[in-house]
Design a protein around this ligand. Structure first.
Ligand code: PLP
Length: 303
């Protein structure tokens, strides 16, 4: 017998296949939803949700930026997420909180429109099939959304059209993934990942002013590597620095730590997964899988 998948809608647990909306729903037509992407990992203590507090905080902040009243507190949302993971008996999983204008009258305006909050969770493995072997990337002809056009630090559905078009271009040109630059031409991020370069034993990553989503994985890697004595520099990165880096990798909740071996047909370093990338992966996986003695507070064990 197939077990029923349980999701959460506005405070109620409902079967996932019963969570449906009309096609004319505002957020489907206009991209006005907001969301989060969170991972749970199987650990010796049970399934552990990684940095749950920070993900829910970003969800609430995104809602605030768009003036959406979610109607649920940080604690209520955290508890709902934990409960969805528990009720589905999930081990390694992906969790998707989503808030949207649950209204199908035509019109872009949002005032007075109902907001619904939804949480789904499902088993999840690698995001990239090349997660271990490394990616071939293309610098996109599309720039990352400019922060004066849309709030780039908000994790909002509409922002992802920029990601979709960049990915489409990269795939159509025979690459695995895109790298986007800011309107000024500095390296920004991937369609769903932040980026790091390794140069002369140091880590470089675009800073807050480079049109990036402030990733929680990015923050984790910066913290972990500094604790391990590696210098991490947040600054503007020129496109050509991608080509001359010793190593490069993407980070993100879905992408975890994924090596980049080639950009625009140019091999990065010797074109193999480098020592620093391996070290970052080792430290990151050890942390999220509950094998590290540090940062136990980043893991919420589902009991
Ligand atoms: C555009 C973009 N940048 C970066 C990231 C990485 O963010 P995080 O590490 O919080 O998942 C994501 C994933 O959510 C993303 O969609």
């Amino acid at each position: 017998m197939v077990e029923e998948k349980i999701s959460w809608l506005n405070g109620n647990f409902i079967p996932e296949d019963k969570a449906v909306v009309p096609i004319m729903t505002h957020s489907l037509q206009y991209g006005s939803g907001i969301f989060e992407g969170i991972r749970g990992y199987e650990t010796s203590q049970g399934t552990s949700i990684f940095r749950l507090r920070e993900h829910v905080e970003r969800f609430i902040n995104t809602a605030k930026i768009y003036g959406m009243n979610l109607g649920f507190s940080q604690t209520e949302l955290e508890n709902a997420i934990i409960e969805v993971v528990k009720r589905n008996n999930l081990k390694s999983c992906y969790i998707r909180p989503f808030a949207f204008y649950d209204d199908h009258t035509v019109g872009v305006g949002t005032s007075g429109k109902k907001i619904s909050v939804y949480i789904a969770a499902f088993p999840f493995g690698k995001y990239f099939s090349e997660a271990d072997t490394g990616l071939r990337c293309k610098v996109s002809s599309w720039h990352r959304i400019d922060p004066t056009t849309l709030p780039i630090e908000a994790k909002a559905s509409g922002n992802y059209l920029n990601s979709v078009i960049a990915m489409k271009e990269a795939k159509a040109s025979g690459f695995d993934e895109a790298i986007l630059t800011s309107r000024e031409g500095y390296v920004a991020e991937g369609p769903g990942e932040n980026i790091f370069l390794v140069k002369d034993g140091k880590l470089l990553t675009p800073g807050r002013d480079s049109s990036i989503l402030l990733g929680i994985t990015r923050d984790t890697i910066i913290e972990l590597m500094r604790e391990n004595g590696v210098e991490v520099i947040e600054r503007f990165i020129h496109r050509e620095e991608l080509y001359t880096a010793d190593e490069a990798f993407f980070v993100g909740t879905a992408a975890e730590v994924t090596p980049i071996l080639n950009i625009d047909g140019i091999s990065i370093g010797d074109g193999k997964v480098g020592g620093m990338t391996k070290k970052v992966r080792e430290l990151y996986f050890s942390l999220v899988q509950g094998k590290s003695t540090n940062h136990g507070d980043y893991l919420t064990v589902v009991k």
